[in-house]
Design a protein around this ligand. Structure first.
Ligand code: ADP
Length: 187
């Protein structure tokens, strides 16, 4: 199974990704997680990412595509994979399509998890208290939402045109959402 999970901040992509990874036994790749790890390891990538992340801005597409290229080269990707938080712009989606083409692979589905903004803000402010992620403050959250609508939401049309888009209601419990995701995947 080769999947992309789309959704705004706080849509619950990361949570569903973990459940889907276990269910299908596939590799889960979160570009946000790769960047957070690079930050805590203090690498050059991490230092560069920090400013963008704390402002709720996207990193340049070439940096993200470089990370994804390395991940796609890993042998375990043959088990299937799930991208969470990538692609986030049209150039990233085009870059992914090209890399997959070169590998003779293609996506099975793109799942868009839909959650209303007011619920997203409540969820992210709660996560800020629990996990203390530095980009979960009100100002950054609002910026991430704006960036999502401007740059990431257009990907729904991009994937709809390719017949890959499956929209899922992201409200309710983790299991409620998982049942809906499985249903759109015909499971
Ligand atoms: P969320 O979905 O809650 O915003 P992520 O963990 O996916 O969280 O991303 C956190 C931050 O990392 C983003 O706000 C952005 O700065 C950066 N980032 C992650 N993935 C990408 C990507 N595909 N393109 C550009 N920036 C990214």
């Amino acid at each position: 199974m080769k999947l992309v999970l789309l959704g705004g901040p706080g849509a619950g992509k990361g949570t569903q990704a973990v459940v889907l990874r276990e269910h299908f036994g596939i590799v889960h790749i979160s570009t946000g997680e790769v960047l957070r790890e690079a930050r805590s390891a203090g690498t050059e990538l991490g230092k560069k990412a920090a400013g963008y992340m704390d402002a709720g801005k996207l990193l340049p597409d070439d940096i993200i595509l470089g990370i994804v290229r390395d991940k796609l080269a890993m042998p375990e990707m043959d088990r299937g994979f799930l991208f969470d938080g990538f692609p986030r712009t049209i150039p990233q989606a085009e870059g992914l399509e090209k890399m997959l083409d070169e590998l003779g692979k293609s996506l099975d589905a793109v799942i868009s998890i839909e959650v209303p903004d007011d619920l997203v803000i409540t969820r992210l402010l709660r996560r800020a208290e629990i996990e203390g992620r530095p980009d979960d403050n009100r100002e950054t959250i609002e910026n991430r939402l704006k960036v999502y609508y401007e740059q990431t939401a257009p990907l729904k049309t991009f994937y709809e045109k390719r017949g890959l888009l499956k929209s899922v209601d992201g409200t309710g419990t983790v299991d409620d959402v998982f049942v809906r995701v499985k249903a759109v995947l015909g499971q």
